[in-house]
Design a binder for this molecule. Structure first.
Ligand SMILES: Nc1ncnc2c1ncn2[C@@H]1O[C@H](COP(=O)(O)OP(=O)(O)OP(=O)(O)O)[C@@H](O)[C@H]1O
Ligand SMILES: [Mg+2]
Length: 273
């Protein structure tokens, strides 16, 4: 199946070839994932993502959006294909080189993935990607420069007064602010966000998207965002990728995403009335 969007990804977010060759661009080739042999969830996805702006991935539940972004940081092992980033095929990295690559890729999760028993500040300082266990977190010594930066970031996300609060005492919106600050704290070259607003009310969702879009634009961090809310995707993304059945079926500008595309992505049409 071919993409029905009129524009290619590079043209769609206005960066052209230059963006594709930049140090923060990502190039996915023939990415396939089978959790069960012979039953691919991703069926040979190829995508070029420019090193700037938000690329939103939309598609029905179970179509492999989370699988796609989790293949990028190898929370999920790809079955086949290549994921080129900064001169390396992320799909093939192991050991130390994989750890180093992961350090440059931030992630924001739907369920925040904070270390609940640690303070907000400790989450920022040691919660990289949510991979680190609470034990390791406690044992970690912190660099004063990191502590200063963490305080700055907490102020920016509006949680300056919450540094010593335990993460489990925060509301969902506050938790996601911590999740975003933690990801930016890592100084990532790429941010992956998997349904960062799905657990939040509509107003808080917009505020969280504004915060994420603002912070990542300011720090020049490209974002790959999985999101169910098509309106939010259109409002904040430079480019929309529509997935269905393990393929990319739309790739283009938000303004070019029409109802017939949505029917192809989500199937049926009664829900569009
Ligand atoms: N660890 C796993 N083991 C086996 N199957 C899995 C695993 N993770 C996901 N799947 C299956 O892969 C398919 C794609 O799942 P995925 O979570 O990537 O979809 P999604 O598009 O993110 O859905 P949603 O919009 O509901 O988050 C689903 O059929 C799911 O059941
Ligand atoms: Mg998902």
């Amino acid at each position: 199946m071919t993409a029905i969007g009129a524009m290619t990804g590079a043209a769609a977010n206005g960066s052209g070839q230059a963006g594709m060759t930049g140090t923060r661009s990502l190039s996915i080739r023939g990415l396939t994932k089978e959790y069960v042999r012979g039953k691919p969830v991703l069926r040979g996805i190829s995508l070029d993502i420019a090193g700037q702006g938000i690329t939103a991935i939309i598609g029905p539940s179970g179509t492999g959006k989370s699988t796609l972004i989790r293949c990028i940081n190898r929370l999920v092992e790809p079955t086949a294909g290549e994921i080129w980033f900064q001169g390396m095929d992320l799909a093939r990295l192991r050991g130390r080189s994989l750890r180093e690559a992961r350090r440059r890729i931030g992630m924001v999760f739907q369920e925040y993935n904070l270390v609940e028993r640690l303070s907000v500040m400790e989450n920022l300082l040691c919660g990289r990607l949510g991979y680190i266990s609470p034990v390791r977190a406690w044992l970690r010594r912190f660099d004063p420069a990191d502590i200063e930066r963490a305080f700055e970031l907490l102020d920016i996300v509006g949680l300056g007064a919450f540094a010593t609060q335990r993460a489990d005492a925060l509301s969902g919106g506050q938790r996601q602010r911590v999740g975003i600050a933690r990801a930016v704290m890592q100084r990532p070259d790429l941010l992956l966000a998997d349904e960062p607003t799905s657990s939040l009310d509509p107003k808080t969702s917009v505020e969280i998207m504004e915060l994420m879009a603002g912070l990542t634009a300011q720090h020049d961090i490209p974002v790959i965002l999985n999101i169910h809310n098509v309106e939010l995707a259109k409002r904040f993304a430079a480019r929309i990728v529509g997935m269905a059945g393990g393929h990319v079926v739309f790739d283009g500008l938000p303004a070019d995403l029409r109802d017939d595309h949505l029917k192809q992505i989500y199937g049926g049409e009664g829900w569009l009335e």
